[in-house]
Design a protein around this ligand. Structure first.
Ligand code: SF4
Length: 199
């Protein structure tokens, strides 16, 4: 069955390499059974190989950025992500990874030195100003996720040139200004996201 591995929004190409997550976000369309993003059906019938992902990219130079995103956490498939990202860099592209920031917690090691070799930008879901609100909306599977995400965000600035923390405006109890303050403290950029808008 045909599967949407890559999908274009604006001048960026997004890559959907997995449907697995370490979070089960209450606000996520996937959690509510909807796998579509801006008209693209991101249902995953099989987890694509690095070769399949690279084939689906085509001409890297056509895009401003190649973004690992989709309804799944791309760093759960770290080896595939790294192989594809290396390919994009070898062909002159720019790589961004949209992540929950739990990569080091899941893989039980510091993955940033490896990511730094082929990733230009990280966009990390901060999502809340404290662990209580984070747990309420993101429903993490692993204990200590909020603190692990903050530690990853902090450490990421030592390796990746462009790091952004994001939070979604309009979720119950989420204090966007406080989230922005945390980003400032960690010396990363901040982006206020709108619910259900991918990018
Ligand atoms: S991490 Fe992303 S894809 Fe996974 S449940 Fe949360 S919002 Fe959805």
């Amino acid at each position: 069955m045909q599967q949407q591995i890559s999908y274009q929004i604006g001048n960026n190409l997004y890559l959907s390499i997995t449907d697995r997550c370490t979070l089960e976000c209450a606000f996520c369309p996937k959690t509510q059974g909807d796998m579509t993003v801006q008209g693209y059906d991101l249902t995953i019938h099989h987890r694509p190989t690095a070769e399949e992902v690279i084939t689906s990219i085509g001409d890297v130079s056509k895009y401003d950025e190649i973004v690992f995103c989709g309804y799944g956490e791309p760093t759960l498939r770290l080896n595939v992500l790294l192989e594809v990202a290396r390919y994009v860099k070898q062909h002159g592209g720019r790589v961004r990874v949209n992540t929950d920031g739990l990569c080091n917690l899941v893989h039980k090691q510091d993955t940033l030195p490896e990511l730094a070799q082929c990733v230009d930008a990280l966009s990390v879901s901060l999502n809340a100003q404290n662990s209580e609100i984070y747990d309420l909306h993101c429903r993490p599977n692993l204990p200590g996720s909020y603190q692990a995400m903050l530690a990853f965000l902090d450490r990421a600035t030592k390796y990746i040139p462009d790091v952004t923390a994001t939070a979604i405006d309009g979720l119950d109890g989420v204090d966007i200004e406080a989230c922005e303050g945390i980003a400032r403290q960690l010396k990363v950029k901040f982006r206020r996201r709108e619910l259900n808008v991918v990018g």
